[in-house]
Write a protein that binds this ligand. Structure first.
Ligand code: ADP
Ligand code: MG
Length: 669
């Protein structure tokens, strides 16, 4: 069935749906609502603060008109709420004019600006008030484009569901055995919720399905690798100790126990498959150097991979310093073709013992003579398939993957299978703790003055926003808007702009300029490079903080406090709800990245941890559903049980193969 066969879908709507990456009825039913509005909770506008996002009801008082001001087109109208009036503006949505009738009442949901007593709502979504709305409860809110409105989207989703039977990938005997509810009903409930409780069980049902497929697919991608060790390392624990004396510092307790675990792995009869986790600056490199030393000293080849050129280069220099007796070479996309050829030949002949580089190392034409250990730095940025490709380069290769993004145990089980985990929880130097505060709207100006005073002291600040451009609903300030605002309001402060739409070389240049103090303040999306160190950055301001994953906030916070200066993290809440406040309080009060990641998972589900771009439609849409860790564990149990019956395997493989193309490049946020 195609989109054109679904009732209520016209050709023009098909075009608008394409802009939302919806190409089939199945894409459509998986276009889950972004959020739900509780229609019984309406905010009178006079109770709203500047920048609040609110749901309200008001009467249109003036025929909405399309107007032009400079280069922008906008629709403007006035509405009334009792004796109060306010203006409503939509930018770049000319069709809105024909959709609102003067004298009628509507729900409006959007960002409110209060300036000198004047209230304006910008780009709100709206729905005619249905007299029975109080009985209706939850209204789904979708991402929409073009002329498709909220109710049209809902109608189309429900209509697609009528003619489509979502089929469960979970074998039917297991569905019966565990009384798993109907998938189709779950889809109905998600698009047309009857109550919070029903919605939550429907979300969990869909998540169960998607995680079942995901876990099964990862199992198939990874295949059955035999884990018996054939590499024989001849390095005694005494030699390891001697090697460690090359460092100008004493290893922390966390590093010591990680080294012990790695040593045990490397001398055990099965190969190593270990994840080394620890916050930025916890000293993971030293641990990986020990592992590299053990393999190199035993006469084997090793590879050390990093996701970016900058990080790879940094690692290369460190290796040269601490492992000077071995032949080490750098390999990345930027190496000249003629040099590359020589390097590859030397790797093949075993003349090079350690290759340090980027993805270039895992190209098909890089052949090793006797690769026995791979270390992946900041591995969360690599896709599953890339990691497998690296493993496949050697015979029974030992793997050490390192990550500064702690992920919950549940998720690591899914993505890495039964991987062993070492965690470094301590830090080398006593660093001063970063002061984190949640800033209410009323204190925003004070905070700006504080930033200005920090800049006067020669310090620098980051401002992070969730969006590059303004969104259709105008619910969130974009980086570009903020950049303009700060350039205007922060007098005497040099402001830079960084976002993901810039070319890599442009991003590098901006980052470098910030480091060299060409800018005092950097306004950015979350693309700020992991490894880049700006010691004078002492302030991190996160806008619409409720939009970020907690782990993401924790990571961002780690960008400041890189010196002994006191550093600060300010969390600005745009949309205040009890849940978002609770979440932000959790980051404020916790410095343990691990605990934060578990909390994140429980509160927002796993979608947040998966890179959005690559994870494809369902996984990214799954983000908007709320489901629990328990659901993910259940999916894993079901997948294990399904695989234990060989009759199920062909069907599972078929489902998994469809997912594979999308999944092979999935990275973690
Ligand atoms: P990450 O875990 O983020 O990769 P690094 O390995 O880059 O951290 O270490 C961060 C910095 O701390 C480096 O400059 C390193 O030399 C230093 N360092 C590592 N271990 C210790 C230690 N035990 N004592 C003091 N400094 C250390
Ligand atoms: Mg590192």
């Amino acid at each position: 069935m195609e989109l054109k066969d679904v009732k209520y879908i016209s050709t023009s709507r098909i075009n608008d749906l394409k802009k939302l990456n919806i190409f089939s009825p199945s894409d459509l039913i998986n276009h889950f609502p972004r959020t739900y509005l509780d229609l019984t909770k309406i905010t009178p506008l006079k109770e709203a603060y500047n920048n609040d996002c609110v749901l309200t009801v008001a009467k249109v008082e003036i025929e909405p008109r399309l107007q032009t001001g400079g280069r922008v087109k906008y629709v403007k109208t006035f509405c009334s709420q009792g004796t109060d009036t306010f203006s409503v503006i939509w930018f770049n949505q000319p069709y809105v004019a024909g959709k609102l009738k003067c004298g009628e009442e509507y729900f409006f949901y959007g960002r409110v600006q209060v300036k000198m007593g004047m209230v304006t709502m910008t780009n709100p979504i709206f729905e005619p008030v249905d007299k029975n709305y109080r009985l209706k409860g939850l209204m789904p809110v979708y991402s929409v484009k073009g002329t498709i409105g909220q109710s049209a989207m809902k109608t189309m989703c429900l209509s697609a569901l009528k003619s489509l039977e979502p089929i469960s990938s979970i074998p039917s005997d297991l569905l019966l055995k565990y009384s798993v509810s109907s998938l189709k009903n779950a889809y109905y409930e998600v698009h047309n919720p009857s109550s919070d409780k029903q919605l939550s069980s429907a979300s969990n049902r869909i998540a169960l399905e998607e995680y079942f497929k995901l876990i099964s697919a990862f199992k198939i991608i990874k295949g059955d690798k035999k884990a018996v060790r054939i590499n024989d390392y001849k390095v005694s624990s005494k030699m390891v100790k001697e090697f460690c004396s090359r460092f100008p510092f004493e290893l922390t307790d966390g590093q010591k126990s990680a080294v012990n675990e790695v040593y045990k792995d490397l001398t055990s009869p099965t190969i190593m498959n270990r994840l080394l986790q620890g916050d930025v600056g916890s000293g993971k490199t030293a641990v990986s150097l020990v592992a590299l030393y053990i393999a190199l000293k035993s006469g084997y080849q090793c590879a050390l991979l990093a996701p970016t050129e900058v990080l790879a280069k940094q690692n290369y220099l460190v290796c040269k310093k601490y492992l000077p007796e071995f032949e080490i070479e750098f390999l990345s996309g930027s190496v000249k073709a003629s040099d590359k050829k020589v390097i590859k030949q030397n790797i093949k002949e075993g003349k090079i013992s350690l290759v340090v580089g980027t993805h270039a190392v895992i190209q098909d034409d890089v052949k090793f003579k006797n690769l026995s250990l791979c270390v992946c730095d900041e591995q969360q940025r690599f896709g599953v398939a890339q990691r497998s490709a690296l493993e496949d380069k050697g015979n029974f290769t030992d793997m050490l993957v390192m990550s500064a993004t702690p992920i919950p145990r549940t998720l690591s089980l899914i993505i890495y299978g039964d991987l062993d985990i070492s965690t470094i929880t301590d830090k080398p130097k006593m660093r001063t703790e970063i002061k984190t505060s949640i800033v209410p709207e009323s204190k925003y100006e004070d905070m700006l003055s504080f930033v200005q005073s920090e800049v006067k002291k020669g310090n620098q600040a980051y401002f992070v926003c969730p969006k590059i451009d303004g969104d259709d609903e105008g619910t969130v300030l974009s980086v570009k808007e903020l950049y303009e605002e700060l350039s205007r309001t922060l007098y005497g402060v040099k402001v830079g702009l960084l976002h993901g739409k810039l070319k890599d070389s442009e991003k590098d240049a901006v980052m470098q300029d910030f480091k060299n103090k060409k800018y005092d303040v950097l306004v950015s999306t979350t693309v700020i490079e992991v490894g880049v160190d700006v010691p004078d950055a002492t302030v991190m301001v996160i806008l619409s903080a409720e939009r970020f994953g907690l782990s993401q906030i924790h990571q961002l916070r780690g960008r400041v406090g890189r010196s002994d200066k006191q550093s600060y993290c300010f969390l600005i809440q745009t949309k205040e709800t009890d849940l978002s406040r609770e979440r932000l309080l959790a980051v404020k009060n916790t410095t343990d990245g691990f605990k934060i990641s578990e909390l994140d998972f429980d509160m927002r589900g796993g979608g947040d941890f998966l890179g959005e771009k690559q994870s494809g439609r369902v996984l990214s849409d799954l983000k908007t559903l709320k489901y629990s860790t328990k659901t993910v564990m259940m999916a894993k149990a079901l997948s294990d049980e399904a695989f234990s019956n060989p009759n199920n395997v062909p069907a599972l493989k078929k489902h998994a193969r469809a997912l594979y193309e999308r999944l092979k490049n999935v990275t973690l946020n």
